[in-house]
Design a protein around this ligand. Structure first.
Ligand code: GLG
Length: 825
């Protein structure tokens, strides 16, 4: 190591002055020296990039200090392994974390710039599909805020989740080019690139110590290039790291081929390698089992494990790993990390198998995010063995030893051993990644009470019988910094005026708002904020989607991925039924509670029914919005490209939150929590975290409907025939008939026929079974909304009673029951 002599090099780095002048200086310096333009010649993008880099200056000193401390104190870290981190825009959060919001606004104003324009310039990194990726982002925010050392490891997709557009009401996907205008939040580190191998074969050899060992002779390799992102805690001087990997060719150029004149062929390897991190797979909860996806998974965990050992196990003693890290497996996507760590320990570090296994079991814990069988990843051994031959051998050995244990514990129960095998035999031989994670993980958790219960009772029943103490629940949470303070400044200010500061990092303190639900003045202030949030949303939608909305409607919002189990079709049936009752003269429009329905949803590009549902929503919206008969009472809007940024404006404006999945199918939901925290009332089934929301806010402040999970199971066992519900309910029949008649498709009865038939003759997620109960609950919503004061009271109580849903609380539970880590002192 070198010895600096300059006094500045000996001193720790410091942050620039926390003042308007100081900030102006940082900003202009960035503009002039890094962007290379004068203020008068600069574009909005130059200004945005310079602003972002100026804010970074206020974080880097703390970041470097943080990293140094973690190394020096050998603190145990959380290694959050996730194929997705759906971060949302960074600027607002960084300004908030550094307490620079006012300073930056003034500084820019003095430069003649409106900061809002620069905020709007940021393209959010859409490196996730939905809840799972957003949860990872909330968790790392909370850990930084709590001062707990964590490194997030993931993938730097060149193209994130596609940009959704509508053409004639149908979804058309556009590439998400989030990097093209510059990415001021990332720090590339080519010097820390890691080599990742694939393919080839394995062989045994006699090592120098005379021991026979196995080695992997790979067929090809790529480089993993890390990009660091700062993860700032909320005004606490803590900054953790998110490290995302990008794939590059080890040999960018094949020189002989190049020299022979075949330029395209000469760079083929490069294109091939870089494909690995080119694009995020856009399926949420329904993986396609593509080879490139397995490459992505192995690529990022291999990079991450190597990286962790190289950077934090400085003395090279890998047996200390369990004291230094717990890798949390965010769903099955990173589970190939288990055989990878075994390979590193056994083949490279030359530990005995048993010792390596003891270490590995302590280094991993697994979070399951689903119950849908089609979402549980299974990799054919043919594919896995071709791409990762050594890993497949390791998995077989883990399985053999595990099944020997099971057979010893249950001597006369061969069926049990077969059920529990990590290797499935039908329909083809394949590795069940969830089982591998369960066998290796120190803990296995579901993401809401009901979900964890169903994991224990159904999906992983044999395992929970064998290892009851391995299973636990940690109910999801969301970060109040982004989803209250940044998204809803009005409400946040009211809360701070009422409770003082401190609640943003101690969200249970929202309970102190309870008495204010009875305070007319407080309720009036709350209502004014809700109205202002609606106005803000309508202004945005007018500019963004050219739609004009009335501001005196109940705002009814359903935003989430488009999936049959989430039942956007049930929401549509309610809307169409309200409409049908008016146009058929059964209900007078003057009797209807005016409502605006907002949808936001992306469908996986290959998911036919989901895409047809999008088309139907848009078609229903077009007809209803153009019909003078319902003009004052019904509006349907579907802004394209729902993402974190839009959510931040939409959620605080909502009156009613739609959480209507079939009971037993939504593992948790996190949107549901964001709505409640922003004072929307929920209409929902007894599913996922809805169960806990209802328990906490109270039945009178929640509109419950639908079959319960045991009832669903019962109806299904008896044989579910959706057609019978159609025949037996005139309102439902009229609704489906109206869709089938071509009313929303210019008279063409074929367009939505597949959707209608699916509901009538299959209806896997039982929308028709819950229709009656749903429209009745919606009638209760209307009746309750008529009493604006009662509604406002309930809305305030929703806020006051939802403090439990902070991701800080989720983190405390993970720390206490799974990770056993400590905040940095
Ligand atoms: C899942 C589930 C959601 C859950 C989220 C985070 O579908 O119910 O809230 O993870 O745990 N695939 C997902 O997005």
């Amino acid at each position: 190591s070198f010895q600096p002599t300059h006094p500045l090099a000996l001193a720790p780095v410091t942050s620039p002055p926390h003042s308007v002048d100081g900030f102006v200086r940082e900003f202009l310096r960035e503009l002039n020296t890094d962007s290379g333009v004068t203020l008068s010649r600069s574009t909005v993008n130059d200004q945005y990039l310079s602003l972002a880099r100026a804010v970074r200056h206020y974080l880097s000193a703390r970041w470097l200090e943080n990293t140094r401390k973690v190394r020096e104190t050998k603190a145990k870290m959380v290694g959050y392994l996730s194929a997705e981190f759906l971060l949302g825009r960074q600027l607002g959060n960084a300004l908030l974390a550094t307490d620079l919001e006012e300073i930056a606004e003034k500084a820019l104003a003095e430069c003649g710039i409106d900061i809002a324009t620069l905020r709007a310039q940021e393209v959010e990194p859409g490196l996730g599909n939905g809840g799972l990726g957003r949860l990872a982002a909330c968790f790392i925010d909370s850990l930084a805020t709590m001062g707990v050392p964590c490194i997030g490891y993931g993938i730097r997709y060149e193209y994130g989740i596609f940009r959704q557009t509508f053409v004639d009401g149908r979804q058309v996907e556009q590439p998400d080019t989030w990097l093209t205008l510059g990415s001021p939040w990332e720090f590339p580190h080519p010097e820390h690139a890691v080599q990742v191998d694939f393919g080839g074969h394995t062989e045994t050899y006699v090592d120098t110590d005379g021991v026979e060992r196995t080695r992997w002779v790979p067929g090809w390799n790529v480089l993993g290039m890390p990009f660091n992102y700062m993860v700032p805690g909320y005004q606490n001087g803590q900054v953790n790291t998110l490290r995302l990997w990008s794939a590059q060719a080890t040999n960018a150029f094949d020189l002989p081929t190049f020299n022979s004149g075949d330029y395209a062929e000469a760079v083929r390897a490069q294109t091939f390698a870089e494909n690995i991190t080119k694009v995020l797979y856009p399926e949420d909860s329904t993986p396609q089992g593509k080879e490139l996806r397995l490459q992505q998974q192995y690529f990022f965990v291999a990079c991450s494990i190597r990286d962790f050992i190289d950077r934090f196990i400085l003395d090279g003693d890998v047996t200390t790993l369990p004291e230094r890290v717990i890798f949390q497996l965010n769903d099955t996507h990173p589970v190939i990390a288990v055989p990878e760590l075994m390979r590193v320990l056994v083949d490279i570090e030359k530990l005995e198998w048993d010792a390596a296994w003891e270490i590995t079991k302590k280094c991993f814990a697994y979070t399951c995010h689903t119950l849908l069988p089609e979402a549980l990843e299974v990799w054919p051994t043919e594919l896995l063995g071709r791409l990762l031959p050594r890993h497949l051998e390791i998995i077989y050995r883990i399985n053999d030893e595990f099944l020997a244990e099971v057979r010893a514990a249950f001597p006369d129960d061969e069926m049990r051993a077969r059920r529990m095998s990590i290797i499935a035999e039908y329909p083809e031989r394949a590795v069940r990644m969830a089982y591998l994670a369960t066998v290796a993980g120190a803990k296995v958790n579901g993401v809401a009470e009901l979900h964890s219960q169903l994991l224990r009772d159904k999906v992983l029943h044999d395992f929970s019988e064998y290892w009851p103490e391995k299973f636990t629940n940690v109910t999801n949470g969301v970060t109040p910094r982004r989803f209250m303070r940044l998204a809803n400044p009005g409400l946040s200010q009211l809360i701070t005026e009422t409770l003082g500061t401190g609640w943003l990092t101690d969200l249970e303190r929202l309970a102190e708002l309870e008495p204010y639900a009875e305070d007319a003045e407080f309720r009036a202030a709350f209502v004014r904020i809700k109205e202002a949030n609606k106005t803000r949303l309508y202004r945005l939608l007018r500019a963004r989607d050219q739609v004009a909305l009335p501001d005196d409607h109940l705002l009814d919002v359903m935003v989430k991925r488009l999936h049959e189990y989430k039942r956007q079709s049930l929401k549509l049936l309610h809307i169409v039924s309200s409409y049908e009752q008016i146009i058929s003269g059964k209900v007078d429009p003057s009797q209807v509670t005016p409502r605006t329905f907002v949808f936001g949803a992306k469908a996986a590009p290959g998911y036919r029914i989901a895409k047809e549902t999008i088309h139907l929503i848009n078609s229903v919206a077009a007809v209803i919005n153009a019909d003078p008969l319902v003009k004052d009472v019904l509006k349907v809007v579907f802004p394209a490209n729902y993402n974190v940024t839009l959510a931040e404006t939409l959620i605080p404006a909502a009156d009613l939150s739609e959480q209507i999945s079939l009971a037993g199918k939504e593992a948790s939901g996190t949107g549901n929590m964001k709505f409640a925290l922003n004072g929307a009332l929920t209409i929902g089934t007894d599913d996922g975290a809805n169960v806990e929301i209802r328990q906490l806010v109270g039945d009178e402040h929640f509109f419950l409907f639908g079959l319960t999970e045991p009832e669903v199971a019962e109806v299904q066992t008896a044989g579910y025939r959706s057609h019978e519900y159609y025949e037996g309910d005139p309102q439902l029949k009229a609704t489906l008939d109206l869709i089938a008649s071509g009313h929303f498709s210019g008279g063409d009865r074929t367009v939505f026929e597949p959707l209608v038939s699916n509901l009538l003759y299959d209806d896997r997620f039982m929308a028709l079974a819950d229709f009656r109960s749903y429209v009745e609950a919606q009638a209760r919503v209307d009746a309750y909304y008529a009493d604006q004061d009662a509604w406002a009271r309930s809305a305030v109580l929703n806020v006051a009673r939802s403090g439990f849903f902070s991701s800080d609380r989720s983190m405390r539970e993970y720390i206490a029951r799974i990770w056993h880590t400590q905040p940095l002192r």
